[in-house]
Design a protein around this ligand. Structure first.
Ligand code: BES
Ligand code: MN
Ligand code: ZN
Length: 498
């Protein structure tokens, strides 16, 4: 996909399709007003006739409008005047993108960014526009045959800007968005792939491919023998029931000399059957998404490498399956971790924390400036926050606030949940240093407290994406979250947002 900006008036812009908006009261937006004038009142007539309503999400695709250079004009409803914010911009752009996706248009120019958007400047308007279009035309085609596998024909996205100066900022936004879209598409592909294809080895090969294609990235993959030598018995206890070999995937990007790195750790359970604490059958297929944390951190590495950001980044992914078998870990087993601490495994389905604790201990060697783990960790998180907010937990409130602020800017939101001592007590074990579960109450928080026992002294935060990483039902599929939030966090730390 190619990005560009344009300062041409809407009617002068030659393009397969231009997107303009009309408000609910019939008032044309800036692009639509220009088209209306050039076409001697064509749009005004359609508004009067009721063909264009201005209702949010409504669309009308027009061909060969007189006086207009573009082949097609796509008119989209903007809703109430004075209420046009980020949500409305994204809603209107998404509706338009779905029409474009199903049309033969190879390039599109959006004029919606010319509207006043209360809570977004030129850079973010361009970013949301490209992110929304890029995400709307995403199709998962890898495991379908026949005509379904045709990808959308769209090749170019243009952003209209009011001045040369705005165009420069908009182009920056569009380029950042393009990298974020590429990252999200990778994360979504990895999430959507079935667990018989997206195995730990597949995740490792994906990381290696990124390193081959981006000179600034290097990758190392450790096998079970090395994982054992490191003393990661907690990680190994989870993979004990499967025949697929576990992998510890390490990626490194150097863009800032000897600065301390940001470290991202992602949960890479390529299928979570629960182990001996077997999950119920219905919906178990969705546990193929239990590697979405891993996918999001590998994808964020791709974003950072594509944008050549001036920052150092390390990615650590423990990847394995959690299956029951005669060799699987039992409830009641006591294992040791790389940190030396012992863990009583009371529930083999609380496996994410068991692989993450060793990955977090391993990450100490990078002396992180900040370390963030990302995991589809608990069903309790879905109960607490639903699908709309990622849970953000940290021993450092300032870091948690920095992450939630990044989530707001990226329109990929999180919510700060508490992480206090009172909760930690629920992890007491009579037999080991602690148990791997803390009961039903506050389950997302006790999971974070478990990880907190391995991150002492580090500037650490934990993102529980159990609710946000994928959707169920007819829209079943990976969302690519929290790639925008993580990318924004790093873009801000790299100081490259105008
Ligand atoms: N991967 C699951 C968490 C999960 C469940 C995410 C449902 C999204 C939807 C995790 O490994 C798990 O099974 N957690 C247990 C923990 C419990 C045993 C303390 C859970 O949430 O039930
Ligand atoms: Mn589990
Ligand atoms: Zn899991």
């Amino acid at each position: 996909m190619e990005m560009f900006t344009t300062t041409s008036a809407a009617h002068r812009r030659s393009s397969d399709c231009i997107i303009v908006g009309v408000y609910g009261n019939g008032k044309p937006g800036k692009g639509a007003a220009d088209i209306d004038a050039a076409s001697k009142g064509h749009l005004g007539k359609l508004i009067k006739q009721g063909d264009i309503s201005g209702k949010p999400g409504s669309t009308l695709l027009l061909s060969s409008v007189p006086g207009v250079k573009a082949k097609r004009v796509l008119v989209v409803g903007l809703g109430k005047t004075g209420k046009f914010g980020i949500r409305q911009l994204r809603g209107a752009t998404g509706a338009a993108a779905r029409v474009v996706r199903d049309s033969p248009a190879k390039d599109v120019v959006s004029y919606l960014g010319l509207e006043d958007v209360a809570d977004a400047d030129v850079y973010y308007r361009a970013r949301y526009t490209v992110e929304t279009i890029g995400n709307s035309i995403y199709k998962f085609t890898e495991t379908k045959t026949g005509r379904h596998s045709r990808k959308a024909p769209l090749k170019k996205i243009g952003i209209a800007a009011g001045s040369r100066g705005d165009a420069t900022k908009a182009l920056r936004g569009a380029e950042h968005a393009q990298a974020i879209v590429d990252g999200m598409s990778l994360a979504r592909d990895l999430g959507n792939l079935p667990p018989n294809i997206c195995t730990p080895a597949y995740l490792a090969r994906t990381a290696q491919k990124i390193a081959r294609q981006n000179k600034s990235v290097s990758t190392r993959v450790l096998g079970e023998a090395e994982i054992k030598r490191l003393g990661m018995h907690s990680f190994l206890s989870v993979t004990a029931g499967t025949t697929l070999p576990a992998k510890l995937i390490l990626m490194q990007y150097k863009g800032a000399g000897r600065d301390k790195p940001v470290v991202l750790v992602g949960k890479g359970i390529t299928f979570d059957a629960g182990g001996i604490s077997l999950k119920p059958g219905p919906g178990m297929d969705e546990m193929k998404f239990d590697m979405c944390g891993a996918a999001s951190v590998i994808a964020t590495m791709l974003v950072v490498a594509k944008l050549r950001l001036p920052i150092n980044l390390n990615v650590v992914v423990p990847a394995c399956e959690n299956l029951p078998s005669g060799t699987a870990t039992r409830p009641g087993d006591i294992i040791s971790s790389m940190s030396g601490k012992t863990i009583e495994v009371l529930n083999t389905d609380a496996e994410g924390r068991l692989i993450l604790c060793d990955a977090l201990t391993y990450s100490r060697r990078f002396k992180p400036e900040v370390i963030i783990d990302v995991a589809t960790l608990t069903g309790a998180c879905v109960v607490a926050l639903g699908q709309h907010r990622t849970a953000v937990m940290s021993s450092n409130d300032k870091l948690a606030n920095e992450i939630t602020a990044a989530g707001i800017s990226a329109d990929d939101r999180g919510w700060h949940m508490p992480m206090a001592e009172e909760y930690e007590k629920q992890l007491k074990s009579n037999f080991a240093d602690f148990a791997n579960v803390g009961g039903r109450d506050g389950g997302a928080i006790t999971a974070a407290c478990f990880l907190g026992k391995f991150t002492e002294g580090m500037n650490w935060a934990h993102l529980d994406i159990a609710g946000t990483a994928w959707q169920s039902g007819v829209a079943k599929g990976s969302t690519g979250r929290p790639v925008p939030m993580l990318s924004e966090f790093i873009l801000r730390r790299s100081r490259v947002i105008p």
